[in-house]
Design a protein. Structure first.
Length: 388
């Protein structure tokens, strides 16, 4: 038998481990003590994000010449995972800012747009928002109704977006709008706009079950005059750009799910070793051990799928299906794990002094945002059938 020349590694590098320890130390010191406070107040943690920006975690995959950290998607996944291990809502902010708005302008914007907006975003001087979803266009984003009509060299935007992360706190936003209704999805274009443009404002702020300190708001565009240079890429390319941005975003939501699950699992292990009933620790009961065993397998499987998708992205392979698989598996596992973590805590799990109820509330969004579980299954099954 000939010797195999293929190689596979399940180790993260020493440099990646340093990044994990660095963000973990920040999370322990700056985030963990205030998680519940921000959850209760639903206030966006501006000061924490300012510090994350100073540390380079708001421009993770952006090259240094634009003010970013020049890291890869694997490092990005590690950072999101570590923040989510303590606060999934803040991790959602890191993911949306890096993976949606900033990535979209960086990947598809002109040099002029990149110079204008990327340094401000990568440093955390302002948060970025990304507007695809509308009241009548959720999973079916091709049904976008916001319009952009040419007026000389400018475009005039009208319409609205809803459920937009950083809708209030973000000054810069990427917006998908119809520029040619006759072309369907290929008539949707992307624009980079900012709050200095009259007629662009945030309206309804959502009161959510979980992810409560993440800012979610509706956006209104009322005759917003947008210079022609703010069109991202070519006319009609916005929908395909958005799909590609969502592919990358799904890696970060998968990483967020893994981190959330890890946090809930660690809380459950700790509680199971402390709590005694029937004269023994919960950890000594096989029913509890089996739950924890299943949780640890799910976390490992989710993490492996997530890191594989990030590695495929970093090595420039087609990662669309890998990202959907990671997002589907890890997000659904995180909901199960957070629920089991509550079950292991019994009544105490339902009380806010323990961290697991928040993990549970936060987890559900992960099966919905950046493409629901059903949409991930559509992406995966389309690839299956295109291959036969
Ligand atoms: C907290 C939060 C933050 C968000 N942040 C952003 C953001 O920053 N930017 C942004 O653009 N959007 C954002 N969203 C929107 C999010 O991406 C959408 O909610 C999501 O894509 C689903 O759309 P919908 O809510 O309209 O549900 P719908 O599309 O109406 O779906 C309802 C149900 O029908 C199912 N369904 C729909 N179509 C199909 C189909 N073809 N086959 C099978 N089942 C189907 C769905 O899976 C779901 O179960 C956010 C949402 C939330 C809640």
């Amino acid at each position: 038998m000939s010797e195999s020349t293929s190689s596979i590694s399940f180790d993260v590098s020493d440099d990646q481990e340093v990044i994990r320890q660095h963000i973990r130390a920040f999370v322990e010191e700056e985030i963990k003590p205030v998680v519940l406070q921000y959850d209760e107040s639903q206030e966006f943690p501006t000061e924490i994000f300012r510090k994350l920006g100073d540390l380079g975690y708001l421009g993770i995959v952006i090259p240094p010449e634009y003010g970013g950290s020049g890291m890869g998607y694997l490092e990005y996944a590690i950072v999101v995972e570590e923040v989510a291990r303590a606060c999934p809502a803040m991790a959602l902010g890191v993911a949306a800012h890096n993976g949606l708005c900033t990535s979209h302008i960086f990947r598809f914007g002109s040099e002029e747009l990149k110079k204008l907006y990327i340094p401000r975003l990568a440093s955390g001087q302002t948060m970025g928002a990304w507007g695809l979803t509308e009241p009548n266009a959720g999973s079916d984003a091709g049904g976008t109704q916001t319009t952009a009509v040419r007026d000389g060299d400018d475009w005039i935007l009208n319409g609205s977006k809803n459920f937009i992360t950083h809708g209030n706190v973000g000054d810069i936003c990427v917006v998908m709008a119809v520029t040619d209704a006759s072309k369907g999805k290929h008539g949707i274009s992307a624009f980079a706009i900012d709050k200095s443009m009259p007629g662009f404002y945030a309206s309804k702020k959502e009161n959510k079950v979980g992810m409560r300190c993440s800012d979610t708001a509706s956006l209104t565009f009322d005759n917003v005059r947008v210079p022609g240079s703010h069109l991202i890429g070519g006319e009609g390319e916005g929908f395909l750009q958005a799909l590609q941005i969502l592919d990358g975003g799904r890696i970060s939501i998968a990483a967020l799910s893994v981190g959330l699950a890890q946090g809930a699992y660690e809380a459950a292990v700790k509680y199971a070793t402390e709590r005694r009933q029937f004269g023994k620790r919960l950890a000594d009961m096989q029913a509890i051990q089996f739950k924890l065993a299943k949780m640890s397998v799910d976390i490992d499987a989710g993490r492996t799928l997530t890191y594989r998708a990030a590695w495929m992205r970093d090595t420039k392979q087609n990662f669309t299906v890998a990202a959907s698989m990671a997002k589907l598996y890890a997000s659904e596992a995180s909901v199960r794990i957070a629920e089991d973590a509550i079950q292991i805590h019994g009544g105490y799990g339902y009380i806010k002094e323990y961290p697991v109820e928040k993990f549970w509330r936060d987890s559900k969004l992960l099966t919905i945002g950046e493409g629901t579980s059903e949409i991930q299954k559509l992406v995966i099954s389309r690839a299956l059938f295109s291959a036969v």
